[in-house]
Design a protein. Sequence first.
Length: 411
Amino acid sequence: MIEYNTFALPNGLRFIHHHDPQSAMVAMDVLYNVGARDENPDMTGLAHLFEHLMFGGSANIPDFDRQLELAGGWSNAWTSNDFTNFYSLLPAGNAETAFWLESDRMLSLAFSRRALDTQRRVVIEEFKQTCLNQPYGDMSHHLRALLYRVHPYRWPTIGLTPEHIKRVRLDDIKSFFYSHYAPDNAVVAVAGNITLDRTRELAERWFAEIPSRDIKPRVLPVEPPIEAPRALEVKGRVPVPAITIAYPMGPRGAEHYEAADILTDILASGRSSRIQTELLRQYPVFTEADASIIGSEDPGALTIACRLRSDSRRVINRALAILNDKIGELITDGVTEHELTRAVNKFESRTRYAHIGVLQKAQSLASALLCGYDINSILPLYRNLTVSDINRAISAIIRPEASATLIYRPA
């Protein structure tokens, strides 16, 4: 049970607070309701570029990290297709520094051409390193393009191509910032050794004067259902073939979401999981395998992925046949009570362990506030899952006729 309080400022900025008097630290998490799905298809990667630009100087503070380090703290950030997140951890006695720094870059960036050129080079180099010069680095590009035809999930957070980032102008940056980075399009979580009254005081002092903005409406195309199996085979500089089979599923909060999450744990989490006991240990054609969900605010997917020992067509066909047989058995037989209990117990253990620290608490609280759920409702949702729930999810999601199969082979 995580105790928390919420309040809001007149400009629309919402806060969620957790007091932990045993901690020596305070964590602040600022979660903006903007991600890669808010980009123009002709200028992808912009949200990820902003993750970098937000550290490149704000209206009154030229060096965010330097000021935080002087206060004994550190920070980082991440971007997804749905959200952009900035988080800081610092000694409780210096908590006000985080309020000062985050409020200034919410107010406005410095919008300098020098900062844009610097971060543009960083992001392009990151694209090259992670997508072009790393084995399987562009796997997400191929898989998303196979799963999505019209929805902006069809490109990964890093963008479709570095060419898009190369042609970003300063006016593009200003427009994107003032359309999305605003108090009425964000939430702030504060957790640690700081009282609610002190949090309110600092929130009003540093954030209340930031004006609300005209947030660009999010009008996204609805992805049509997959009505026949899709398949794609690509070649690249990879050592061995990789196969991914993806099945569309609903977004967070939809029916079967938690059941699908636990199902992938049953399939792939731990040495007694099905992938370990019924795939890797029995069939030498596989070297590794996994299962996971693309958990997202709009419809995502459940994926089963593996890598093979050989690039021969015979081995690839054999692997596909085994995978289809195992998937067929899953559809027919479902899961057992023992498998469900083991998976839920592990989920609860991971969740409770993750929330020992104030930083993870702040991140989880921010997500809960922005997405509109009670953080304390998650564990009961998973504990109350039944074998029938999991098997219904299997029937609804693991549908071969609505699958997308990607085969990535050595060039």
